[in-house]
Design a protein around this ligand. Structure first.
Ligand code: ATP
Ligand code: MG
Length: 386
């Protein structure tokens, strides 16, 4: 069907009462941002139940682009018909259905404008009769190959065959902000995507250990974030110098506690930066059981340094599921590029899978980490990716 209007549905977010107006405005500006290059090609109408995009000319890859906007439950590629006279609708329905592939059909009408002189069933029947008379199509009400949907509204009738599933979730920023811990691995970009999809706006923190890790790691992170720019056009990446802290950890740690202490320091730094930025949650790519530092005992010991909510979108994901998403959002190829990880630069004896908080405190007493952490926050550098 040659469509001239996109009907955007909100799904989950339409249940959100008072916040709804704010959500619709956010979704509208997300869509506009996403289609910025084509702003003269369409006009937007906001309604309480849908957003409409009236197309003035074709927008290349429009369906793919709309699938990248969070907060959109589904959208339909519709033909808007101003003249709702039933004979006119019959004629257009017949012309359009003849162009479709399939042997069976069903007409499904929603009469939203209650002043329209026919009820839905009558409209369905009248239109189906014309199609049956003039084509070889058969009706199948349960499993039709062609579903012709018609919505009668006060500004016209909308006819469509195709409804596309959107990204779902909430519009960008509608749920607030979180500080995401970004490594160069596969997991953290996927966790970021899942949060962005839920309407959480992210700032990123990375712990860098030059000269043990090279500046190439930063280019890699920027490449990853450029892929995530699709969902969030402007991204702040805070790079925290971590070398001194790591060296001190390795000077003072008991065997097997290095990773635990290192992660406790990461959480402390993340909290300090988050507070400074007025952000009230921290997130990361941890997945329960994936590595030694991610056993539940270990997470408990690491998490004990902060009262901040730590959001772990991948907590229950298998690596194979994570990789699948990473490929879908184009971060996989960048993530598997070799890089030096700050966790792998010092030789680590078998990490403890059940580290004790009391042992951590004994190690941490041995050096003035608080000063080091504050220094690191002061020397943190911001990179903006857009
Ligand atoms: P990833 O694939 O995201 O690197 P991982 O499976 O390798 O995860 P870890 O290295 O234990 O697991 O890291 C767990 C999480 O901690 C990461 O997903 C990331 O959120 C955070 N993290 C690890 N290293 C860093 C770092 N250098 N800077 C910032 N965050 C980090
Ligand atoms: Mg890693």
């Amino acid at each position: 069907m040659e469509f001239n209007t996109i009907i955007v549905r909100f799904g989950e977010m339409s249940t959100k009462g008072k916040n709804k107006k704010d959500f619709i405005n956010r979704l509208a500006s997300s869509i506009n941002n996403h289609l910025k290059e084509y702003e003269s090609s369409y006009e937007m109408r906001k309604r309480h139940d849908h957003i409409y995009l009236d197309l003035k000319e074709e927008i290349p890859d429009l369906v793919e682009k709309l699938k990248e906007v969070s907060g959109m439950y589904s959208f339909s590629l519709a033909k808007k018909i101003e003249d709702c006279d039933l004979d006119n609708l019959k004629e257009i329905a017949l012309t359009e259905i003849k162009k479709e592939n399939g042997k069976t059909f069903k007409v499904k009408t929603r009469r939203i404008d209650k002043s329209y002189p026919y009820v839905s069933d009558e409209i369905n029947r009248e239109i189906a009769t014309v199609i049956l008379k003039n084509t070889s199509l058969k009706v199948d009400v349960h499993n039709p190959e062609i579903l012709l949907s018609i919505e009668i509204r006060d500004d016209g009738a909308y006819m469509f065959f195709e409804t596309v599933k959107g990204m779902g979730g909430y519009p960008k920023g509608a749920i607030g902000r979180s500080l995401m811990m970004l490594s160069g691995g596969i997991d953290s970009p996927v966790a970021s995507y899942l949060l962005m999809k839920r309407g959480v706006e992210l700032s990123f923190i990375h712990f860098a250990s030059p000269p043990y890790t090279s500046v190439a790691v930063l280019y890699k992170l920027e490449d990853i974030l450029r892929e995530l720019n699709v969902y969030q056009p402007k991204i702040n990446l805070y790079v925290v110098p971590f070398t001194k802290i790591q060296e001190e950890i390795y000077n003072h740690s008991f065997e097997g506690y290095e990773v635990t202490i290192m992660r406790r320091m990461m959480y402390r730094l993340a909290e300090k930066l988050a507070k400074k930025l007025h952000i009230y949650a921290i997130s990361n790519g941890e997945s329960v059981g994936q590595v030694a530092s991610q056993t539940l005992e270990s997470l408990n010991t690491i998490n004990a340094v902060t009262n901040y909510p730590i959001i772990r979108p991948l907590a229950t994901y298998d690596k194979t599921e994570i990789i699948k998403i990473a490929k879908d959002i184009n971060t996989y190829e960048v993530s598997i590029r070799p890089y030096e990880d700050c966790c792998t630069i010092f030789p680590i004896k078998k990490p403890k899978t059940m580290p004790k908080i009391s042992e951590c405190l004994k190690i941490e007493e041995k050096f003035d980490y608080e000063t080091l952490l504050n220094e690191a926050i002061e020397k943190t550098e911001l990179r903006v990716i857009k």
